[in-house]
Design a binder for this molecule. Sequence first.
Ligand SMILES: NC(=O)c1ccc[n+]([C@@H]2O[C@H](COP(=O)([O-])OP(=O)(O)OC[C@H]3O[C@@H](n4cnc5c(N)ncnc54)[C@H](OP(=O)(O)O)[C@@H]3O)[C@@H](O)[C@H]2O)c1
Length: 298
Amino acid sequence: MRIALTGANSSVGMNLLNHANQHGDLQFIAGVRSEKARESLPQSEQIEGRCIDYRDGATLAKQLEGADCVVHLAGILIESSTTKYQEANVDATRVVVEAAKILGVRHLVFISVVGANASSTNSYFRSKGQAEELVANSGLSATIIRTPILLGPGTAGANALIGSAKNSKPKALGGGLYKMRPLDIDDLNTAIINACKRQAPACALYELVGPTAIRYCDLINMTARALGASTDIEVGSISITVSKFIAKISSTLRGGGFTPTVIEVITQDEVVAHNAVEELGVSLTPLTTTIEKILEQQ
Ligand SMILES: NC(=O)c1ccc[n+]([C@@H]2O[C@H](COP(=O)([O-])OP(=O)(O)OC[C@H]3O[C@@H](n4cnc5c(N)ncnc54)[C@H](OP(=O)(O)O)[C@@H]3O)[C@@H](O)[C@H]2O)c1
C-alpha cells in the first residue's frame, strides 16, 4: 500500500517517516511544499519525496499520483503574516479532499485536535472543525483523529516542556493549572497506520489522548525529575488575562504569532468523552516513558 502524506515535514510526518522501516509493507509519498523541505526528508527506498501545492484538487491529485491512502497532516496552530487558519487548515483540507476523490483513494486520514468545533468562537478550533466537516461530508472512506498536545521529537509541545523543565524558575500561563492528556507521537502514528489498513467504510471520528491526565505544572515537574531534579520546582504564574492583552497587540503588529486564540487553545483542559484506543488499535505509551524518550531524542 502507498500512503501519501501532506505536510510530510511536520513533526508528525517526520516521525512517521523516520520509522518507515517498521512498516516494511508500506511505501510513502511524502508531500512537502518546497525543494528544501524535500531534501530534509529521511532517505529510504520506502519514501518518495514530492513537492506539492494546494492550489486545486486536480493539480494535487497529479502530484500525489499512485497513492492508495492520503494522510492529511498539513495544518497550523500559529498564524503568520502570510499563513492564516482559513488557508492552512480549511482551504488546504478542501483541496486534499478534492484530490483524494479524483485519485479514488481507498482511505483518507485527517489529523484534527481535541476541541475542534465548526461553531467554536475560537478561530483555531473553528477552522479544524470546518476541516473535519469537509472530510466527513466528502463521502470518502475516512478517519478523523482528534489529538491533544503531542510529545515527540521536534513537536512544539515537547520543546516548550523541556525548556520549562530545564529552567530552575519556570513560569507557565495561569501557573500551568490546566489539565492535559499528552499523547506520544509514536502512538498517534500507530493509529494513523492502523486507520489506513482498516479503512472504515464511512467517516469515523475518534479522539485519541494519552494515558494520564496531568496539570501542566505537574508535567513540568515530572520532566524536571526525569532530568535529575531531586525536589519539586515551583512553577510561577503568568497572568492569562495580561498575556492575552499583550498577545493581541503584538500579534496585530506582527500579523500573527502568539495570539489570544493560541493562549486559549493551550490553556484549555483536554477532556474527551471516549478515548478510542481500541478502535484505533493503540496500546498507549506510559507518560514516564514518553518523557524519557523526548529527553533522549532531543
Ligand atoms: N503538535 C501538536 O501538539 C498537535 C496537536 C493537535 C493537532 N495537531 C495537528 O497535527 C498535524 C501535524 O502537526 P505538527 O505539529 O506535526 O505540524 P508542524 O510540525 O507544525 O508542521 C506544520 C505543517 O503544515 C504545513 N503548512 C503550514 N502552512 C500551510 C499552508 N498554508 N498550506 C499547506 N501546508 C501548510 C507545513 O509546511 P511548510 O513547512 O511548508 O510550512 C508543515 O508541513 C496538524 O494538522 C496539527 O494541527 C498537532
